[in-house]
Design a protein around this ligand. Structure first.
Ligand SMILES: Cc1ncc(COP(=O)(O)O)c(C=O)c1O
Length: 382
């Protein structure tokens, strides 16, 4: 079957946060992390059938989500799990604060890389705890392996990793994960590995390695977060899972989730099952398309020395050092040029911006042409 990712889907009337932000302005939205692609046909079909039922009470997936997750991670990552390890969730973001509150004692803290998807650091503030930030110098050393890991104190108990990394678009190699696993073992850390972008490794033949799959030890200290939201463009449907092999840890999390979070959205469950059970062909085609977009972006930015790109190998987000523009606020300056990227400051780097290339190629092309023209005009004097 062929899929048309070149279609320009009209999103102005789809309640889209991404598109509403710049409604009535000539600014191309390349920010928040959803793509502009229509979902896989099997998902659309499953949702239509479910919507036609017309009743939307609290959902009970009767273990279907766990079974589908087990089959998906076995096939995609060669990771064998027990469906009992799966805790269904209505989303991933709230879990960061919830884990700090339910797993850490009052004196204990978390550890996290920076730059990072902002909710990781916000969660420490929400939980009123300190957080140890480990610099991940993406522009100097995009391969995580070899970045130094600091000595910790007994207070630091929970390590957050974002694998593949947002905003860097980098998937951690097995060797890098091994280094993190040894670190976690040395300091006896619990590890929350957010692997929401795992199904979007862009290089053909490359397979995602879950942190928890490294060894029995890493499994027992891990909480792996997964969902179909990014790879299948379902972010508005509220459904995800945590995979927690350790019984005691899982029961603690299950209890906290039951008290504090809504149950997964019933349409989200239907869509996730259709994604994992019947949409792999679409996903492969989408990865191919995203790879083409990534290559176009890389080529285009090579001609703009004021912008330094971390070449992404996973996902549809690109992290760009814009300090060469010599603007106090590069994000704002780009908006003034008609380009709506994500500001780097909340991620930990005010001179960086994040560009979402999960759109049809003609839109990306238009955005890159706009970028070239703006830089040429503003910096012609150089
Ligand atoms: C790394 C990462 N984790 C979590 C989320 C959000 O997940 P959810 O919508 O399930 O809360 C995102 C969204 O961009 C993300 O990039």
């Amino acid at each position: 079957m062929s899929f048309n990712f070149d279609e320009r889907v009209e999103r102005n009337h789809t309640d889209s946060e991404k598109w509403l932000k710049y409604r009535d302005q000539d600014i191309i939205p390349l920010w928040i992390a959803d793509t502009d692609f229509r979902v896989a046909p099997a998902i659309q079909h499953a949702l239509s059938e479910r919507v036609a039922q017309g009743v939307f009470g609290y959902a009970d997936d009767q273990g279907e989500l766990a079974k589908a997750a087990m089959q998906w991670v076995e096939k995609q990552y060669h990771w064998t799990i027990d469906p009992d390890w799966v805790v269904p969730l209505s989303g991933i973001k709230p879990l960061f604060s919830l884990l700090q509150e339910c797993l850490l004692s009052a004196e204990q803290n978390s550890v996290c890389h920076t730059p990072i998807y902002p909710p990781f650091t916000q969660s420490a503030r929400n939980a009123q705890r300190a957080q140890r930030l480990i610099p991940y110098p993406l522009f100097e050393q995009p391969d995580f392996l070899g970045t130094s890991l600091p000595a910790l104190t007994a207070q630091e108990r929970l390590l957050f990793i974002c694998h593949p990394h947002n905003p860097g678009g980098k998937s951690y190699s097995r060797e890098a994960l091994q280094q993190l696993a040894e670190y976690a073992e040395h300091y006896d850390l619990l590890v929350c590995s957010d692997e929401i972008h795992a199904d979007l490794l862009l290089e053909p033949g490359r397979r995602h390695t879950p942190f928890a799959s490294l060894s029995a030890d890493s499994a027992q200290r891990s909480i792996t977060l997964l969902s179909a939201a990014k790879a299948f463009n379902l972010a508005g449907l509220g459904c995800a899972i945590a995979i927690v092999p350790n019984n005691r840890l899982r029961e603690q999390i299950r209890r906290a989730v039951a008290q504090r979070m809504p149950v997964p959205n019933s349409l989200g469950i239907v869509a996730t099952l259709a994604a994992w059970q019947r949409s792999e062909e679409w996903l492969v085609a989408q990865r191919h398309y995203l790879r083409g977009n990534r290559d176009l972006l890389v080529k285009s930015l090579q001609a703009l020395p004021a912008l330094r790109l971390v070449v992404p190998d996973a996902g549809f987000l690109a992290w760009i050092d814009a300090s060469g523009l010599q603007q106090a606020n590069p994000h704002r300056w780009l908006e003034q040029q008609g380009l709506g990227l994500t500001a780097g400051a909340p991620f930990g780097d005010p001179q960086a911006v994040r560009l979402n290339f999960g759109c049809c190629r003609s839109q990306l092309d238009e955005a890159l042409t706009r970028l070239h023209n703006a830089i040429q005009q503003a910096y012609a004097r150089f």
